[in-house]
Design a binder for this molecule. Structure first.
Ligand SMILES: NC(=O)c1ccc[n+]([C@@H]2O[C@H](COP(=O)([O-])OP(=O)(O)OC[C@H]3O[C@@H](n4cnc5c(N)ncnc54)[C@H](OP(=O)(O)O)[C@@H]3O)[C@@H](O)[C@H]2O)c1
Length: 287
């Protein structure tokens, strides 16, 4: 297949590029905004036509949750209208969405068919993207993910490593529960969908296995970083705090664990436990 990857310089796009080396049967077209701005419908249509693209893996997105509150129009343009541009191009699509389509008020892992109720501009625009995509291209595959991190770009793991190296104490919320997702593992799941003998259209939830709070995540990041000799780690105490004690600019879901039964059953994949994947990421960062 001729496969177009949009947003290829982001966290997920970079891991897709890394993993593509293990799937050499396809021809890949890696693009970010400089090569192909997905807000430009004509450019998307021309690129797909001129390069005979069979499949688009859309890794492009407006991912800054706080900034989206102030500039919902731009977030909507990239997360919704542009997804429709891709959907109308005629190629098959694998798209990536978010746990923020849910309210975060539930106390059980969210399944794909559970009611959506986004509480943020980011969540609203990502949900609109899903809806526009499925309307124009009902055969699309959508992976909803959460708490994405990798050795690349800005993410929670890299922020905590930096702060842990600068401060003796960190205060982190323990009343927001979810599951981290190592972008390399999500890339693995996406390739499982690409290489599946049949195309399985639909929405799938994907994170790592397990459940934790941001507080637990931080403790584990610093514990493992010390264990493998990353450093120096100055931080001696991680203090658990409530969301109400932290000056959030945007409301955050209290519980956004995703149920992954469907993705595991459909694509026959095993998903690593979150602390094991964290170890792999830290070892790569340390190398
Ligand atoms: N990060 C998370 O915690 C998280 C959680 C849940 C779901 N997700 C979803 O997972 C997917 C991948 O996220 P990620 O963290 O890998 O994102 P990322 O690192 O922010 O990468 C997104 C990439 O898209 C590019 N881009 C922005 N506008 C574009 C445009 N108009 N045309 C082409 N490319 C454009 C960005 O370029 P610039 O950097 O120049 O803007 C960036 O390289 C996204 O769909 C995101 O919504 C992420």
């Amino acid at each position: 297949m001729n496969i177009l990857i949009t947003g290829c310089n982001g966290q997920l796009g970079t891991e897709i590029r890394n993993l593509s080396l293990e799937h050499p049967a396809h021809t890949y077209f890696f693009t970010d905004v400089a090569e192909l701005d997905i807000t430009d419908r004509g450019a998307v249509a021309a690129f797909v036509r001129d390069n005979a693209i069979d499949l688009i893996i859309n890794c492009a997105a407006y991912t800054n949750v706080d900034r989206a509150e102030e500039d919902e129009a731009t977030a909507r343009c990239i997360n919704a209208a542009s997804v429709e541009n891709l959907a109308l191009s005629g190629a098959r699509i694998i798209h990536v969405s978010t746990d923020y389509v849910f309210s975060g008020d539930e106390h059980l892992p969210c399944r794909e068919e559970d009611p959506v109720a986004p509480r943020t501009a980011y969540g609203r625009t990502k949900l609109e993207g899903e809806q526009l995509l499925l309307k124009a291209c009902p055969e699309a595959i959508i992976f909803r993910t959460a708490w994405l991190y990798s050795p690349y770009g800005n993410n929670f793991v890299k922020t905590m490593l930096r702060l842990g190296g600068e401060r003796e104490q960190l205060a982190v919320v323990y009343d927001q529960i979810g599951t981290p997702t190592y972008a390399a593992d999500l890339a693995m799941a996406i390739f499982a969908a690409v290489e599946a003998p049949e195309w399985h259209a639909g929405i799938y939830h994907f994170t790592n296995e397990g459940v934790c709070s941001w507080f637990d995540f931080t403790v584990e990041i610093l514990r493992q970083a010390r264990q493998i000799g990353m450093g120096p780690i100055l931080c001696k105490t991680v203090k658990p705090i409530l969301s109400s004690e932290y000056a959030y600019r945007t409301p955050r879901p209290h519980y956004s664990v995703l149920d992954k039964a469907k993705v595991k059953q459909t694509f026959g994949i095993a998903i690593p436990y979150w602390t094991d994947s964290l170890r792999e990421c830290l070892e790569r960062l340390n190398a």
